[in-house]
Structures are given as structure tokens and as C-alpha cells.
Design a protein. Structure first.
Length: 266
């Protein structure tokens, strides 16, 4: 179960491992519990009272008659099924799934919400690594993250999720790293062999962004301009939040992720 909110400060707090464990514990309870029982399940929780007050203040849990309970309604499935189905039928013959994924990520993706919501299913995510020359994008189906450069740098606090890249790259400045990638990508896009071996080149090969056989070339799609697709009706923030994620899931099909490169115009 995941909680998403319009409140950025609250969203950051909800990413704290302790608070996440506390919320999931309360979510799974069949009956409300007293504070003593919560303390017995979290004996080493230093700021339990403070965090309980935070969750109560934001109406994620409730406290009545000295008993604590999870108070949000939890969505078990997307509420935008009909909208997504109609959209796919409308554009099915005009664009490829890959083109629609690029348009979706670059033009329509939104994290905006007007309320706090709880969801009991995995949502697609987007990771980006970019500089003034390019943007590497990975759209993930949800759950497990593919070992791509965009995912690695977007989730640098969890290197254990990316065993190959964490050993190869380690802790490196994203800006410096992406600038080095630019030099290599420019050579590869010209069909040239990179001038020397490096961890930057190795990372591009390891994540299948470039390939050296039968010749040096880009191994993921490249786009130089935005795709125009003006067929989406106006939506409120919550509808758009779910629409783009459900559409991404449908367009990905059985793929765990989809990565592409946007080459920015000079």
C-alpha cells in the first residue's frame, strides 16, 4: 500500500522507512489499537508520538476513544479504465505504443493531486537523467525497477537495487557523469567508436543504451522533437494522475520498462 499526496512536505515524511512501516502496520490491522499496543510493536521508534500526531493531523489515521485506526479509503484498482480504453481505441491507428509513451512522459505526466490518496497496487514511474544536450528516460511498469542509468540516478539512495551499476559507477556526481555521457553519445550517433574505455562507456554498454556490434550505434529509440497528440479531454488532477499511469501500464504491455533518448536541439 502506498500513499500519495499534494502536500510535498508530507510526501517526503511518508518516504521515511519508519513511518512507512508504521502506516502499513495500521493499514493491516483488523481492529483499532491502543497506544500501548503500538509501542509494543515498535519498541525502538524514537519519535512515535510525533509521527502519530502527523498522521492524525493529515487524516491518514484517526484516534477515537484512545484507539488508533487507518482512516483513508484504499483504491484497489484504477478509476480511469473507461477513459484509457476509449483513448487507445481513438489513437490506435495513428501512433505506435512507443511514440505514445514518449508523448505521455514528456507532455502529460503529472504528480499533482488535490487530496491524499491510498493505493493498494503498483503504479508506473518515470526516471530521468538529463543535461543541456540530452535526456535519458525510463518508464517503469511498477514494482521492480529496471537497471537503467535513469533509474540508478533517480534512486541513488538505494544502490542495492542496481547491483551492476552500483559496483561500476559507485557514488558519482550526476552532472559530471551526464556530461561525460554526452561526449560518448555524440561519437556513437556519428557511427564512431568512442576514443577510450571508461566507466561512462561501460555503463552505456551494460544498460544496453549503446551497442558495439555489428557496429557502434544507439540501441534505444532516439527522439529529437515532441510528438503532438491533441486528443485528451480536460481532466482534474486526480483523474489525470491515474489516467497517465494506467495508460503507461497498458502501452508497456508485458515489458518491465521502456527507455529512450531525447537529443535536445542545439
Amino acid at each position: 500500500m502506498q500513499i500519495y499526496t499534494y502536500n510535498k512536505k508530507l510526501q517526503q515524511s511518508l518516504m521515511c522507512p519508519e513511518i512507512r512501516k508504521l502506516v502499513n502496520y495500521l493499514f493491516k490491522l483488523e481492529e483499532p489499537v491502543i497506544l500501548r499496543e503500538i509501542r509494543s510493536n515498535f519498541p525502538d521508534y524514537r519519535h512515535l508520538d510525533r509521527d502519530l500526531d502527523l498522521l492524525i493531523e493529515n487524516e491518514i489515521i484517526s484516534r477515537q476513544n484512545r484507539r488508533y485506526d487507518f482512516s483513508l479509503s484504499v483504491l484497489k484498482e484504477y478509476p480511469t479504465g473507461e477513459l484509457v480504453k476509449a483513448f487507445i481505441q481513438q489513437v490506435n491507428d495513428q501512433y505506435s505504443n512507443e511514440e505514445l509513451l514518449v508523448w505521455l512522459a514528456d507532455e502529460l505526466w503529472s504528480d499533482k493531486l488535490d487530496n491524499t490518496i491510498a493505493i493498494d497496487f503498483a503504479l508506473p514511474t518515470i526516471s530521468r537523467l538529463e543535461n543541456e544536450d540530452f535526456q535519458l528516460v525510463t518508464i517503469n511498469r511498477g514494482g521492480k525497477l529496471s537497471e537503467t542509468l535513469a533509474n540508478y540516478f533517480e534512486n541513488s539512495e538505494q544502490p542495492n537495487l542496481f547491483p551492476t551499476l552500483s559496483v561500476l559507477i559507485g557514488d558519482v556526481n550526476p552532472e559530471f557523469f551526464s556530461n561525460q555521457l554526452s561526449l560518448i553519445l555524440d561519437q556513437v550517433l556519428l557511427g564512431k567508436k568512442p576514443k577510450r574505455e571508461s566507466i561512462f562507456l561501460d555503463s552505456l554498454l551494460a544498460t544496453h543504451i549503446v551497442t558495439s556490434r555489428p557496429e557502434w550505434q544507439l540501441a534505444i529509440p532516439i527522439y529529437t522533437e515532441n510528438i503532438s497528440c491533441n486528443v485528451v479531454q480536460e481532466m482534474n488532477n486526480e483523474t489525470r494522475f491515474f489516467f497517465v499511469r494506467q495508460l503507461a501500464k497498458e502501452l508497456l504491455g508485458k515489458r518491465e520498462s521502456f527507455s529512450y533518448l531525447i537529443k535536445k536541439k542545439a
